[in-house]
Structure formats: C-alpha cells, structure tokens
Design a protein around this ligand. Structure first.
Ligand SMILES: Nc1nc2c(c(=O)[nH]1)N[C@@H](CN(C=O)c1ccc(C(=O)N[C@@H](CCC(=O)O)C(=O)O)cc1)CN2
Ligand SMILES: [Mg+2]
Length: 297
C-alpha cells in the first residue's frame, strides 16, 4: 500500500505546535515574534504565497507586517526598507518574496538581510552554517522535506538519497541536510549522464527540477520514497492545473510513499517559515541576554 504523504495535514500540526510555543514565549518574555513579509510587484502566484504566509502567521500567533512595493521600486528604496527592518527590534524575521522583478538583484537583497532575521535561510552566513551543521535558520522548503522524510523513516542513516536539481533554494540545501542525516547523497542535474539509472538507485528521490511530470515510473526503484518539490502550472482542457516534477499517477503504484502536488511540499514550506520565525526570535533573545551578561563582567 503506497502512502500519500499529506503535507497539508502535517503543516497544520506544525503550525499548531508553533502556536503553542508562541503562547509560552509571549507569557515568558512579553514579546510577540514579528515577521515582515515584503512583496515587490504584482505576480499573481507570489501574491497567493504571501497571503498564505500572512494567514498562517495569524494562526501561529505571530505578528505579521506586510510591505507591498510597486514593481518599479528602485534597488535603493528596497535596500532602505530592509535596512529599517534590520534595525527594528520588533521584527524578528524578514522575508522578501522571490522572484523579484528583473531590474532588482536577488543576491543583493538576500545579502542585505541581517543573518539573524533571515527566516528564509538564504544569507551566505546561514548557508555556511547549514553546510557545517550549525544552522538555526534552514531554508523552508528543504526543512519541510526533511520533516516529511523523518516521519516516513525512523532512521535515514545509510539510505541512498538522490536529489534532482541543484538550485540554491532547494537542491543544494536539501543535499546538505540529507548528508547530515547520514544519507548517501547523489545530486543529479541537467548535465548528468544516465540520470534515469541514477534515480532508479534511490531509496529517497527528491525532485526539484521545475519540469512538469519529468520523473516517470521507469525512474523509480520499487518501494522508494518520493518527495516532489515541483509546482508547475499546465493548461489542461482550457483549465489551469498544478502538477509536480513527478508523474504522480504513473509512479504511485511502484513506491512506498509519495508527496502529492498540490498539498505536499508547498504547505510545509509555509509552516516551516512559522517555525523559523519563532526560532529567530528565540535566538535573538538568547543572544541579547548573552551580550548583556558579558557587559556586566
Ligand atoms: N523568499 C522566498 N521566495 C520563494 C520561496 C521561498 O521559500 N522563499 N519559495 C517559492 C514560493 N513559495 C514560498 O514562498 C511557495 C510556493 C508554493 C506553496 C504552496 O503551498 N503551494 C500549494 C499550491 C498553491 C497554488 O494553488 O498555487 C501546494 O503545493 O499545495 C507555498 C509556498 C518561491 N519563492
Ligand atoms: Mg533579478
């Protein structure tokens, strides 16, 4: 019997558990963790994701602050907003929705967010900490994938994981996390030879390539666990339909567990953002306390 890994149900559980911890945090410190969400322009999909982030923040008991900027905003204006959010002690997490309009630099924006408030885990300081296994703030999509895998396996140790895709947001951090969980990790990408045969070796197959229905039944080992990160809109009989990077219907009968699209990894990304915002607030408070005790010496 194949398990359909229900990302929506698990995300609900995570948000509830964050809400319980936020209640305790507020009681103990009289501080509400704050998340600033910055949306530039009017990309409809980004608008949906930002709305969901704000809604989930409310459910988690966080204070969310939304900043909507016009698609024509200059790099200097965006930098000034991030600077102000970095300085604002009531803001514990800063998220700039990607992609940005083409005249703005994703890299410059990511690097201008204070690493302590970088709830996306994209800043080079946090990327470095992730690779060395010391990160507090881990990119939300790979963190959500790991939580799903940990539910599926008691121990990931020794499993062969194959990650399809090498993006900075998903593929590379996913490979780091799997390695830390003692998996044997292979990363395959557009230049890999014999990609299908390599994927067929995987106990765990993570598809993050952005190509609709790319992974077919012949690509999976019988009994594998498949995590589908892709969210691709295709036109089906005039209607828009979302599909993953995996041909779910064809692959389903052959594997032991698989995430659906929609309702798999996507909702987990947003739940992990709530978790990261609480983590950021806890770390900032702990650092402030440590600094204060040093000044007393
Ligand atoms: N700053 C960031 N930008 C982007 C990230 C990110 O993690 N940080 N990831 C993606 C977009 N994203 C979150 O921002 C995201 C994408 C999809 C979903 C989701 O829940 N999808 C649903 C389907 C939604 C629909 O109907 O369109 C699902 O899979 O069930 C959540 C978050 C790029 N940008
Ligand atoms: Mg750009």
């Amino acid at each position: 019997m194949t398990i359909n890994i229900d990302g929506k149900a698990l995300a609900d559980e995570i948000v509830q558990s964050v809400a319980d911890k936020v209640t305790l945090f507020k009681q103990k410190h009289a501080i509400t963790p704050g998340l600033a969400v910055v949306l530039v322009g009017d990309d409809p999909a980004s608008g949906v994701y930002v709305r969901n982030k704000i809604k989930r923040s409310e459910q988690a008991g966080l204070r969310s602050i939304e900043h909507r900027l016009s698609a024509e905003v200059s790099q200097a204006e965006l930098d000034a907003l991030i600077d102000a959010l970095n300085q604002d002690s009531s803001v514990h997490g800063i998220l700039v929705q990607l992609p940005l309009p083409s005249h703005l630099s994703d890299k410059k924006v990511i690097e201008s967010i204070s690493p302590a408030k970088d709830v996306d885990g994209f800043h080079p300081t946090n990327v470095g900490r992730l690779v060395t296994g010391e990160a507090d703030l881990i990119p939300c999509t790979p963190l959500g994938c790991m939580m799903m895998l940990e539910r599926q396996f008691v121990d990931l140790s020794g499993k062969h994981a194959v990650v399809i895709g090498r993006s900075n947001i998903v593929g590379k951090p996913m490979a780091s996390l799997l390695l830390q969980a003692n998996c044997t990790v292979t990363v395959v990408h557009s230049r890999t030879q014999n990609i299908e045969a390599l994927c067929r070796e995987a106990d765990i197959l993570v598809a993050a390539v952005g190509k609709p229905l790319f992974v077919k039944e012949s690509w999976v080992k019988p009994g594998a666990v498949v995590i589908d990160v892709g969210i691709n809109a295709i036109d089906k009989e005039v209607k828009r339909k979302l599909v993953g990077d995996v041909d779910y219907d064809a692959v389903f009968p052959h594997v032991s567990a698989i995430t659906p699209v929609p309702g798999g990894v996507g909702p987990m990304t947003i739940a992990c953002l709530m978790q990261n915002t609480l983590t950021a607030a806890e770390c900032q408070l702990a650092n402030a306390a440590a600094e204060q005790s040093l000044t007393k010496i």
